[in-house]
Write a protein that binds this ligand. Structure first.
Ligand SMILES: NC(=O)c1ccc[n+]([C@@H]2O[C@H](COP(=O)([O-])OP(=O)(O)OC[C@H]3O[C@@H](n4cnc5c(N)ncnc54)[C@H](O)[C@@H]3O)[C@@H](O)[C@H]2O)c1
Length: 262
């Protein structure tokens, strides 16, 4: 049994094929939950979810490319059809690019907003409508420190994460009366595959190698290390647990002090 009791809970996790999404799915499964993963990387997701504790049901993998609004709208109806209900939703699917403002293409801008914002919005609203007020529900959205301030090299990503904070607040105001809490978790720099893409952009922009950035961020973090996906999953699971039930509409950092709440 994991830290929290998620027995008889159905947890839908987008971005379950990697990084923070998978770390959250793993902790939910260790607490007894039935996982429905959603990702465009179906093979990887199936293989990762297949290795988790089964809890009486094989975990389910829904393959979707969340750049499509139609695909995002299909997620919750398909999940409810498969599992019968939804108790927890984690919106962890996301994309980030480091690109000079004047070089951000319309396609790149749209992808960042379609996945990070529109899919998260569509899935959250559909899930909140589908959740049972008698049982309550939890929605946890992945924001970022990037959403708290503008950025020179990933203006679209920063704006998308500011939108996540705002949408989370609107959802919390709208669905609190249905006994559903909605919160944003903001990781600091966290070692996940997302940085493979990010570092390609940063290398073009700065000529620096990944190790130089990790070293800098370690130095800038009072606790002297960068994040692991499990650090972020720990907060996600607390918020999703019984114990997190009175936290609603908040944006909470997991970053070892790398950034401070403003
Ligand atoms: N890693 C960090 O340092 C960091 C910091 C702040 C915020 N975040 C946020 O945390 C969340 C998870 O990031 P991560 O670091 O685990 O990244 P990751 O790249 O390891 O995982 C993201 C997952 O989203 C999926 N995904 C991307 N585009 C998709 C699409 N169009 N359709 C379906 N699935 C798609 C990917 O296949 C992948 O499995 C993201 O929202 C990210 O912005 C991460």
């Amino acid at each position: 049994m994991g830290t929290y009791d998620f027995r008889n809970k159905v947890a839908l996790v987008t971005g379950a094929a990697s990084g923070i999404g998978f770390a959250a799915a793993k902790q939910f499964a260790e607490g007894g939950a039935w996982i429905i993963g959603v990702d465009r990387n179906a093979e990887r997701m199936k293989s990762l979810l297949g290795a988790l504790p089964k809890n009486g049901h094989p975990h389910l993998a829904i393959e979707k490319d969340l750049r499509s609004a139609t695909a995002a709208q299909e997620v919750v109806p398909e999940a409810v059809e498969l599992a019968g209900r939804l108790d927890i939703v984690v919106n962890a699917a996301g994309v980030c690019y480091f690109t000079k403002m004047q070089e951000i293409s319309v396609e790149e801008f749209n992808e960042v907003f379609d996945v990070n914002v529109r899919a998260l919005f569509l899935i959250s609203v559909a899930a909140a409508e589908a959740m049972d007020p008698a049982k309550g529900g939890r929605i946890i959205n992945l924001g970022s420190n990037a959403g708290r301030k503008g950025r020179t090299w990933s203006a679209h990503y920063a704006a998308s994460k500011a939108a996540v904070k705002n949408i989370t607040e609107s959802l919390a105001l709208s669905y609190g009366s249905k006994n559903i809490t909605v919160n944003t978790v903001c990781p600091g720099p966290t070692e996940t595959p997302m940085w493979d893409t990010n570092f390609k952009g940063l290398k073009t922009l700065t000529g620096k190698e990944p190790q130089e950035f990790w070293d800098l961020w370690r130095k800038q973090t009072p606790l002297g290390r960068v994040g692991k996906p499990e650090d972020v999953a720990n907060l996600i699971c607390f918020l999703a647990s019984e114990k997190g039930g009175f936290i609603n509409g908040q944006e909470i950092n997991v970053c070892g002090g790398f950034m401070l709440t403003s």
